[in-house]
Design a protein around this ligand. Structure first.
Ligand code: IVH
Length: 708
């Protein structure tokens, strides 16, 4: 759909603010108010932005600039007086009985070889044992789960954050591909499980997408950027009748909760899906070697454009179910599967300006502001330039024509400069010595890849980024309080520190009477915040935004210390960086002195302590309940593995011990309960003997945990 404002088809838009006459300014402010309101609705309520962030920011900036020059013309419905937009009235929440995981990514043959090697090592398979892998296209749609009880469709939900999604039962019911009843035929003779949750991807065929857009355009309706957006917009409709009118389809490829599993391999499951009446992708192939996998990858990529649905890579799954079970998962991705992405899509455009962004930890990142360009179906207006070395090495300058690349869900990047299109006089980029946000000195420490603002707590950019991180999906995940609203509330001075979010009455009182916020939406926000007063320990730790402490480390800390009180006490005790508490901290597998340093630094900082004290008094922090380890002889015990293990790989041993409630440490100390030593054990064994730690062979360990 042509956008006359964006294209500059309108005479006024290209007039510099300084040259506007008052009557023109009034006309333009009116149009900007309407246009920005449309974009807000598209962004906040329909999840379907139609312009890039950069273009959106440009509209708001122009609005502000005109208002600054003509303060008398500021409108009642001006975007500058409107704070974000109210959240869309949500769907009911559904907690997944079995979490919906995501996949680790591979980008090259080496990555795929690494995946197979990891599987081989974990399962302790000999080099000549073939690992059968199911290779299937990775559908670029939206993942859903559909639950059948006694063969009848009962409930469907989106993936959400993997733990909890949205109930879209009535919407999914309208899909022709979705059987209302499962066909009772089952080649395995196991019948249909009483409870069967199937998982798959909802998508829109390319041909249907084009036809839909034509219809929408003719009717003056919304035109979608790509099939995935169209599928998302169509699925998340409040009125299922709208979904029913949209040509959505679904491929199923996995399962969630199942009362009885009769299949022994992924291949058997895929066959059962078809028997039961589901659509499964017919391009799935069983491969027995890296070469076969790669051949399948190449073949599919070559045929990609001719397929009537978008795919963004391949998914490889270990075929044997008993192996899948042993491999289990790490963080939120299974060890038994990986996604192999197709090569990134690229486009050429002009780099208008390089600006510098300040992140949550003060890191300065150069950003390319581009003439918007479509890369793989998505409009890109900004791309990362990583850091100053990257810009210097590639000699990227303002005014250059550059190649932009976008792969999957990663941030678009500028990959190279088209040398012969450089305009005369283009100057090399120089990273500022001062933070562009707060003016503090920006320094680059020895060994660091980037300059960092030294403003710390006085730097507004860091503060607002920290708040955004605090409410992000894997942290507090407060519905209706996304990044844009945080920015808006921050600009108003309503939010300074995370604890301010929980002054619910104060916050919601300010929203009353604001355009775009109705009683109902304010009430929803109030409820969403109240719901998050109860928070799990791992989410809280992650939300704090401590450098180097991502989700996996946060979970590790939560599991190790169990409660907020214990964690805090340990962080206080370990400040000496020499005693037992410190040894325990760096003894945690995967936490070394560098992570420990960032953690301890965070807990020692006075302002952080204030924030933590405030949060403590208003939150209900749920300790981490260890996995169901009742009757486990090793629950709470600290175990160290060393030497070669015979029946399983080191990672499997570790994962199994943790599932039984044991802590696995990387080094032996007085706190170690067991050292499991295989052949070739060296210094750890010696140390254990000196300290009188119980030493077990692998066999004895398996006897102890009932693993044989
Ligand atoms: S298997 C344990 N198979 O990709 C997760 N996923 O990046 C098992 N996806 O959330 C996922 N096509 O939504 C699997 N053939 C396929 C897929 C597929 C698309 C999506 C799925 C998943 C995401 C992970």
């Amino acid at each position: 759909m042509p956008n006359p404002l964006k294209e500059g088809g309108d005479g006024l838009r290209s007039v510099s603010v300084d040259c506007l006459r008052p009557e023109d300014a009034a006309v333009e402010l009116e149009r900007l108010a309407a246009e920005i309101a449309d974009h807000d609705r598209a962004y906040y309520q329909q999840d379907a932005p139609v312009i890039s962030d950069a273009d959106y920011d440009a509209l708001r900036l122009r609005n502000e600039a005109i208002e600054a020059r003509f303060p008398k013309l500021v409108r009642a419905d001006s975007p500058s007086r409107r704070i974000g937009a109210a959240p869309v009235e949500g769907f009911a929440k559904v907690v997944h009985k079995v979490p919906m995981l995501s996949l680790a990514n591979a980008f090259s043959r080496e990555d795929v070889a690494d995946f197979l090697d990891r599987v081989r090592r974990f399962l302790n398979l000999s080099a000549d044992e073939a690992i059968e892998v199911m290779a299937e296209p990775k559908i670029d749609g939206l993942s859903v789960t559909a639950r059948y009880v006694d063969g009848r469709f009962e409930m469907a939900a989106t993936r959400g954050d993997g733990r909890e999604g949205e109930n879209i039962t009535e919407n999914l019911r309208t899909l022709k591909d979705l059987p209302d009843r499962i066909k009772p035929k089952d080649l395995l003779g196991g019948g249909v499980p009483e409870v069967l949750e199937v998982r798959g991807e909802v998508y829109m065929a390319k041909s249907d997408f084009r036809a839909l857009n034509e219809r929408q355009e003719a009717a003056g309706g919304k035109v979608f950027a790509n099939p995935r957006n169209a599928a998302a917009g169509s699925l998340r409709q409040k009125d299922p009748a709208v979904t029913a009118a949209r040509p959505l389809r679904v491929f199923f490829y996995g399962w969630g909760e199942v009362s009885e599993i009769a299949w022994k391999t992924q291949a058997e499951f895929n066959e059962s899906l078809v028997d039961w009446g589901f659509q499964a992708n017919s391009r799935a192939r069983l491969c027995r070697s890296l070469d076969e996998i790669m051949a399948e990858y190449v073949r599919t990529e070559a045929e990609r454009a001719a397929l009537d649905y978008d795919i963004d890579g391949m998914v490889y799954k270990v075929n044997r179910l008993d192996w899948q079970e042993r491999l289990g998962q790490v963080s939120r991705a299974p060890r038994w599967a990986t996604a192999h992405k197709f090569a990134a899509e690229k486009a050429t455009t002009v780099l208008k300006e390089i600006t510098v962004q300040v992140g949550r930890t003060g890191v300065l990142t150069p950003v390319a502001n581009l003439t918007p360009v479509t890369v793989g179906g998505v409009v890109v207006g900004r791309a990362t330039l990583h850091n100053e070395d990257y810009v210097r090495d590639k000699d990227i300058r303002e005014g250059d024509t550059v190649v932009v690349q976008r792969a999957g869900d990663v941030i678009p990047q500028v990959v190279e400069v088209v040398a012969d299109r450089r305009p005369a006089g283009a100057r090399p980029f120089r990273m500022p010595d001062e933070c562009p946000e707060c003016g503090s000195l920006a320094i680059r420490e020895a060994g660091a890849a980037a300059k960092r603002c030294t403003g710390g707590l006085i730097c507004p950019a860091q503060a607002v980024e920290r708040l955004k991180h605090f409410v992000s999906r894997d942290a507090f995940d407060i519905e209706g309080l996304g990044a844009k609203n945080i920015e808006a509330f921050w600009a108003e001075g309503w939010l300074k520190s995370p604890a301010d979010i929980f002054d619910v009455e104060g916050l919601t009182a300010k929203l009353e009477g604001r355009e775009g916020w109705k009683e109902k939406s304010i009430d929803n926000l109030r409820k969403a915040i109240e719901e998050r007063r109860t928070i799990s320990l791992d989410r809280l730790i992650y939300a704090l935004g401590i450098p180097q402490v991502g989700q996996a480390t946060a979970r590790l800390l939560a599991r190790t210390y169990g409660s907020w009180a214990a964690l805090k006490a340990a962080m206080a005790e370990a400040q000496d960086r020499e005693g037992e508490a410190y040894a325990d901290l760096i003894g945690i597998d995967q936490i070394g002195p560098s992570v420990a340093d960032d953690l301890l630094g965070f807990f020692a900082e006075p302002h952080n302590r204030d924030v933590l004290a405030a949060l403590e008094s208003i939150l209900d922090i749920q300790g981490m309940t260890a996995p169901d380890t009742e009757g486990s002889p090793v629950a709470g015990k600290t175990v160290v593995f060393t030497g070669t293990l015979e029946t399983m790989g080191r990672s499997e041993a570790k994962a199994r011990a943790e599932n039984l409630g044991a802590k696995v440490a990387g080094s032996v100390s007085a706190k170690t309960d067991y050292l499991v030593a295989g052949p070739g054990a060296g210094s750890k064994l010696k140390k254990a003997e000196e300290l009188g730690v119980t030493v077990l062979t692998e066999e004895e360990w398996l006897d102890l945990v009932g693993g044989r």
